[in-house]
Design a binder for this molecule. Structure first.
Ligand code: UD1
Length: 357
């Protein structure tokens, strides 16, 4: 039996890893996985609750690297992952998405000639100021198999000259998850509709006071106009900044709350009137749940959602945010046909099995 090492560290990766772990189990695949958690996210609400709720196997290794500057954080992960790869014999390393944990896993593995399998390959925002863009480009270039969630991702990789043999259109494991979990997700609190679900966690929004203030002001104006609340689950970084901000910026309509669990996110998104976010994952979850999304960024790597009219880019510009919210309030999004058939995880596991046979 071949053994692979799955590397996770941040909230969106736990969700994606759940789909693959369940597929390995359900397909009785001819491979086993050990999970290595870098410790990039460590609060219960950012980490352990996802393992419990999504029944993800407990990590065999936890590096407990915690928070830090990008270089230092990635370096600690790189060292810790290399130690594990030197100690045990893995036939492949599975990495997800575009976080510092992704890059560290890919780099440690490729240097030791262990094949890297990248889930969510080929995404591009073409904004190299974002650490995620650097992480995803570099990870793609280390990878033996590139699992592209959309045809746009396939085309991005082809344009960059990757061998066609490496590129596999798998579909999106997050669609697998939404199809499986959305029907069984119920909110723990009885929330009065309509409401907006909003999140902000990107450093370029949280760490520039003018941008954060503009976003909050726009959220208040949309909520006033629509006579509704804004449910605002706050990433710990955002919460710290909000706590130090002048309370005047926050209207009573914005309900700051702890980060939601995965099932709670789906339940809340499904019942919302509109989602407003700078998160890539939540943009997709909204779309998969049949909800429109105002994107609080100047660009997105999930261009399909904008092209089909289910999301609008509004950056941190109050006029654009209000205008986008008005337009999307009454809009019904199309079906998410561009993200595969809801069986991406099976395809990924089967292709890995063939590769490492
Ligand atoms: C990381 C990813 C981002 C992803 C996001 C999902 C990178 C470069 N960024 O961003 O792509 O969208 O995860 O949430 O890898 N903190 C805590 N407790 C925690 C985790 C973080 O308090 O459990 C605080 C710390 O102050 C930390 C800050 O949040 O410095 C940022 O955490 P970090 O993991 O560096 O980046 P994220 O913004 O979460």
């Amino acid at each position: 039996m071949r053994k692979i090492l799955t590397i996770v560290g941040a909230r969106p990766q736990f969700i994606k890893a759940a789909a693959i772990s369940h597929a390995i189990r359900d397909l009785h695949a001819n491979l086993t996985e050990d999970i290595l958690h870098t410790g990039q996210h460590y609060d219960d609400a950012m980490s352990a609750q996802f393992f419990r709720e999504l029944d993800i196997p407990q990590p065999r290794y936890n590096l407990n690297v915690g928070s830090g500057n990008h270089g230092a954080q990635t370096a600690l992960m790189l060292k810790g992952i290399e130690d594990v790869l030197l100690k045990e014999h893995y036939t492949g390393v599975l990495v997800y998405g575009d976080t510092n944990s992704t890059l560290a896993g890919a780099l440690a593995a490729v240097k030791l000639h262990v094949p890297v399998f990248h889930v969510e390959a080929g995404l591009r925002s073409y904004n190299r100021d974002m650490p995620e863009e650097v992480n995803r480009v570099l990870t793609d270039h280390t990878s033996a198999l590139l699992f592209a969630p959309t045809q746009t991702a396939v085309q991005n990789l082809e344009k960059e000259g990757f061998s066609e043999k490496k590129i596999i259109f798998s579909g999106d494991v997050m669609l697998d998850n939404v199809r499986h979990y959305a029907p069984i997700s119920n909110p723990t609190e009885n929330r009065q509709a309509p409401y907006i679900l909003a999140t902000v966690h990107r450093d370029f929004n949280t760490d520039q006071p003018e941008r954060l203030k503009n976003i909050l002001a726009a959220l208040c104006m949309v909520a006033d106009k629509q006579n509704c609340d804004v449910l605002f689950p706050a990433h710990p970084r955002t919460r710290k900044i909000l706590e130090n901000m002048n309370e005047v910026s926050l209207s009573g309509r914005i309900k700051i709350m702890a980060p939601l669990s995965y099932l709670e996110t789906l339940a809340t998104a499904r019942r919302s009137a509109l989602v407003m976010t700078d998160s890539g994952g939540l943009q997709k979850e909204a779309f998969f749940c049949g909800r429109c999304c105002v994107v609080l960024r100047p660009e997105t790597e999930w261009t399909e959602i904008v092209e089909c009219g289910a999301a609008l880019l509004a950056d941190a510009n109050p006029e654009q945010i209000i205008d986008a919210a008005n337009k999307l309030w009454v809009h019904t999004p199309c079906e998410p046909t561009q993200f595969g058939d809801g069986h991406a995880a099976e395809k990924i596991v089967k292709n890995i099995e063939v590769y490492i046979k």
